[in-house]
Design a protein around this ligand. Structure first.
Ligand code: DGI
Ligand code: FE
Ligand code: FE
Ligand code: FE
Length: 189
């Protein structure tokens, strides 16, 4: 159990109002998906609240943490800084907010890239981040509908969309993002 209001205030202090509203949307969407698919709704809510904790941290600050912490892969530094706030966030909410639930920490750690063999909670947070009510981009409504029918199909499609988006933008693709996609194909066999 945790002091939700207190955590929300700490989260709010890290980000813009727009991003805080996104955070609340992810938390409630993740909680609802957890109830539907049999994950722990409290863990889903907590992961949603904390998932973007470091989204607006300065590049230098995140870079230093990635370099210093053995538990965070330095390979990340060769990829877009957009990927960094997820593993750095998992590390920081444990260190600074005292979050010890490993399911929650892993969901935060992999919420941007995904990974192969994702847990149910990781899948829920990834999809909730993609479909929360504030999100508006081409294809999101299709994923919203799919998410209520079949979580795995929704995640596969969303990961595929993300990969296509990255390719169109000529962005480097982080290996875990590819592994997440292949892992979902395996889960759907
Ligand atoms: O933090 P949010 O905006 O809520 O969402 P997010 O944590 O899923 O991060 C989104 C960004 O990360 C999005 O612009 C796509 C990008 N991203 C995800 N996988 C990869 C990636 N960027 C690169 N360059 N390579 C990836 O593999
Ligand atoms: Fe994020
Ligand atoms: Fe995401
Ligand atoms: Fe997010």
């Amino acid at each position: 159990t945790f002091d939700r209001e207190n955590l929300l205030q700490q989260v709010r202090a890290q980000m813009t109002e727009h991003r805080f509203i996104h955070t609340l949307g992810v938390a409630s969407t993740a909680e609802a998906l957890a109830k539907q698919y049999g994950a722990d709704p409290e863990e889903a809510d907590l992961a949603g609240i904390l998932h973007d904790y470091c989204k607006f941290w300065e590049r230098e600050k995140m870079e230093e943490i990635i370099q210093r912490e053995e538990s965070i892969s330095a390979v990340l530094l060769l990829y877009d800084k957009e990927l960094w706030h997820a593993p750095v966030g998992a590390y920081i909410v444990e260190r600074d907010l005292g979050i010890t639930n490993q399911n929650v920490l892993d969901a935060i750690r992999y919420h941007t890239s995904g990974r192969k063999n994702m847990t149910l909670l990781e899948k829920i947070l990834w999809v909730a981040d993609y479909i929360e009510p504030g999100r508006q981009f081409p294809g999101v409504d299709e994923i919203r509908e799919l998410a209520h029918q079949n979580l795995n199909e929704a995640l596969l499609k969303a990961l595929g969309n993300t990969l296509m988006f990255l390719i169109k933008q000529k962005k480097r693709i982080y290996p875990l993002t590819v592994e997440a996609y292949n892992g979902m194909l395996a889960d759907l066999q």
